[in-house]
Ligand binder design. Structure first.
Ligand code: DOR
Ligand code: ZN
Length: 344
């Protein structure tokens, strides 16, 4: 049994840091593990201009603890009205991607895109500029069962989008189904996917074990065991089309433990540790470095990080909560024993 594993410093290709006082907690956790992260723009109000993204980046950098190096890679939030001219400004400022939230699909997505036809000129400009499109792949049609919304999105939105913009680099974010894993595996090199640690570790039973478990609620929601296995197969198969994106998404504990609880699992406090656990369970620790540290940079046209991290098989107890501004943040696995830890 491997007791320790040293890999190139990983990156997180899908992360929610939030803003303000929350950054002290979220940035410290991510920067202790990851060299870079793609920062999601679904703040209130959303990050829709290059100027807002650069201000937000400065606030994130100001929260990086001394002695750690962490590069936030910034994104813009696509709306029906994003001016085409913003794409050139974004490109010039080093913004790497735009995020497509179908309006109403998830947390802070009200300002998202109501009809893909409305953003075609922007997608064309992105394709020309080489900006990545990051897709929350769920239909919002209330007539579609929540467990089917990702699979239906592939048929109704992703396939037509791919045909309309064949050169656009698209990341199918936080995939949760066998259908999405198979779609991405079978597509050309312009399509990739991120996979979260929680979707590799849990199926939908986790939401209901011994009672309703709001801290396991995220969107896209956890699926059946067969889907979890398909995701593990994709993540551990060595394909460069699949890479690490935690979708760590903090909310105040009182809004998770609520009659209408918020979607989002906070995993940044132990993210690479949980991926190690999932890869270990699949007998695929040797595939972790590619997934966590190499495939993502390759898709984004960046070099891998220079440094490394070491993970040890050594049980530790995750904290029960963290400060989150004036509120409390309860992470996934709060107070539980985790089998892998990161060496200081
Ligand atoms: O569970 C989720 N939480 N899914 C998302 O798409 C958004 C995220 C958030 O921002 O809380
Ligand atoms: Zn997300």
């Amino acid at each position: 049994m491997t007791g320790a594993l040293t890999i190139r410093r990983p990156d997180d290709w899908h992360l929610h840091l939030r803003d303000g006082a929350a950054l002290a907690t979220t940035v410290a956790h991510s920067a202790a593990r990851f060299g870079r992260a793609i920062v999601m723009p679904n703040l209130r109000p959303p990050v829709t201009t290059t100027a807002q993204a650069l201000d937000y980046k400065a606030r994130i950098l100001a929260a990086v603890p001394p002695g750690l190096a962490f590069e936030p890679l910034m994104t813009l939030y696509l709306t029906d009205n994003l001016p085409v001219a913003e794409i050139a400004r974004a490109k010039a400022a080093g913004i790497v991607a735009c995020k497509l939230y179908p309006a109403g699909a998830t947390t802070n997505s009200d300002a998202g895109v109501t009809d893909l036809r409305k953003v075609e000129p922007v997608l064309e400009a992105m394709q020309r500029a080489g900006l990545r499109l990051l897709v929350h792949g769920e239909v919002t049609d209330p007539a579609v069962d929540i467990f089917d919304r990702e699979a239906v999105f592939i048929e109704r939105q992703m396939i037509p989008l791919r045909q309309r913009f064949p050169e656009l680099k698209i990341v199918f974010e936080h995939i949760t189904t066998r259908e999405a894993a198979q779609y991405v595996a079978g597509s050309d090199a312009h399509t990739a996917a991120t996979i979260t640690a929680h979707h590799l570790l849990y199926n939908r039973n986790a939401l209901f074990t011994g009672g309703l478990r709001p801290h396991y609620y995220c969107l896209p929601v956890l699926k059946r065991e067969a889907h979890r296995q398909a995701l593990v197969h994709a993540a551990t198969g060595g394909s460069p089309k699949f890479f690490l994106g935690t979708d760590s998404a903090p909310h105040p504990a009182q809004l998770k433990e609520h009659a209408s609880g918020c979607a989002g699992c906070y995993t940044a406090h132990a993210a690479i540790e949980m991926y190690a656990e999932a890869f270990d369970a699949a007998g695929a620790l040797d595939k972790l470095e590619g997934f966590a540290s190499l495939h993502g940079p390759a898709f984004y046209g960046l070099a891998p990080n220079a440094g490394s991290i070491t993970l040890r098989r050594e049980p530790w107890t995750a904290p029960g909560h963290f400060a989150f501004g004036d509120a409390e943040l309860k992470p996934l696995r709060a107070g539980e024993t985790l089998p892998w830890r990161i060496a200081e």
